[in-house]
Design a protein around this ligand. Structure first.
Ligand code: FKS
Ligand code: ZN
Length: 343
């Protein structure tokens, strides 16, 4: 399997986040991608290719044009306002406030285009976002051109980003962009299988009213787990999309047996939908030693996931999302991929 990777992710570094009452270095850090790349190489998964540069237009097929245009302006506006450090949102137009009026200062715009303070900017953040987008589309093109599968080693991740907002370490929704790109290239139906520990609220929002992209999501129950405000089992899609969004919220402590039962059900629904291509939002923060998550999957479980996905017999694009146990992130992520190749 070919991997697409860009070193430009590394400029998105030194970010901070608010967690458990303290501001700490962000868990989403450059070494994550480097450990995965190292494991791709040591396991001889296949060649590691640089991305080709893609026009930003494909991002605007799933995100609003004004949101995408905002992203490269953040750091310049931040510097113009005389600040250093990290640009972090801190005020949101929630219930009772005006979310329909686009404000004018950088602090206001950061809040207007986000749902939490988890997507911050440093100097190299936009270049990393763009490279992650290029990685996803380059890997998607490999699948379109006949590869059975490809691995988009994206960083930053994407599945929390909605049509007009960032959050949860995510800016451009790489998996959604790729799925839409497959549609625009002629695929009639695309399935997105989101295996990250956290619900892919952005992906759900983007495709919620559509029947041409099926979205299946396995995750920690939002009653108790981030992102809290989406991802319940009764969210099944709207209008033409009714029945094409499927959520599998699971309790803290879920281990292989419980998680695999959800995977089996999701795979059955996916097979019944008969898509032309599958996009896997590959998060490995379901791991028992993940520092911010509460499922109990073991390293030996990840190849089993890959084997199950391979049994669908469909062209498959793997798009990297979360995973914070950096020592094992490569073993687990690449474990899915070698499992897919049944080796
Ligand atoms: C407050 C604590 C909230 C945010 C967790 C974000 C998870 C991101 C992810 C992704 F795949 F997008 F990377 N924790 N700062 O793993 O879902
Ligand atoms: Zn996650």
């Amino acid at each position: 399997m070919k991997t697409v990777f860009s070193p430009l992710h590394a400029g998105h570094a030194g970010n901070f986040e608010l967690i458990s009452g303290a501001i700490v270095p962000a868990f989403e850090k450059p070494s994550r991608a480097e450990f995965i790349k190292a494991r791709v190489e040591s396991e001889k998964l296949g060649p590691v290719l640089p991305p080709e540069t893609h026009d930003i237009a494909a991002a605007k097929q799933v995100h609003t044009s004004d949101y995408i245009d905002f992203l490269p302006t953040v750091w310049p506006l931040w510097e113009e306002s005389g600040r250093t450090g990290s640009a972090i949102p801190f005020t949101w137009p929630t219930r009772g406030l005006r979310g329909d009026v686009r404000p004018q200062t950088i602090d206001a715009l950061l809040g207007f285009y986000s749902f939490d303070g988890g997507a911050s900017f440093v100097k190299g953040t936009w270049e990393a976002i763009k490279s992650s987008y290029d990685v996803a589309l380059t890997a998607a093109a490999l699948v379109k051109c006949g590869e059975i599968s490809a691995f988009a080693l994206c960083r930053p991740p994407g599945h929390h980003a909605g049509a007009a907002f960032m959050g949860g370490y995510c800016y451009i929704n790489n998996a959604a962009v790729a799925a839409q790109w497959f549609r625009d290239q002629g695929a009639r139906r695309v399935s997105i299988l989101d295996l990250d520990y956290h619900h892919g609220n952005g992906t759900q929002e983007i495709f919620y009213s559509r029947d041409d992209v099926q979205v299946l999501n396995l995750h920690g129950d939002p009653m108790t787990e981030y992102p809290f405000f989406l991802g319940h089992a009764d969210e099944r899609g709207a209008g033409a999309g009714e029945g094409f969004n499927v959520n599998y919220p699971m309790p803290f402590g879920t281990a292989w047996d419980g998680w695999n039962a959800s995977l089996e059900d999701a795979c059955a629904k996916l097979a019944a939908y008969a898509p032309e291509v599958v996009v896997v939002s590959l998060g490995v923060d379901t791991f028992e030693k993940d520092p911010i998550s509460r499922f109990r999957l073991k390293s030996a479980d990840y190849p089993r996931i890959g084997r199950r996905i391979a049994r669908l017999g469909l062209p498959t694009l793997f798009v990297m999302e979360g995973g914070y146990a950096v020592e094992e992130i490569g073993i687990n992520a690449v474990g899915v991929l070698t499992g897919f190749e049944d080796r």
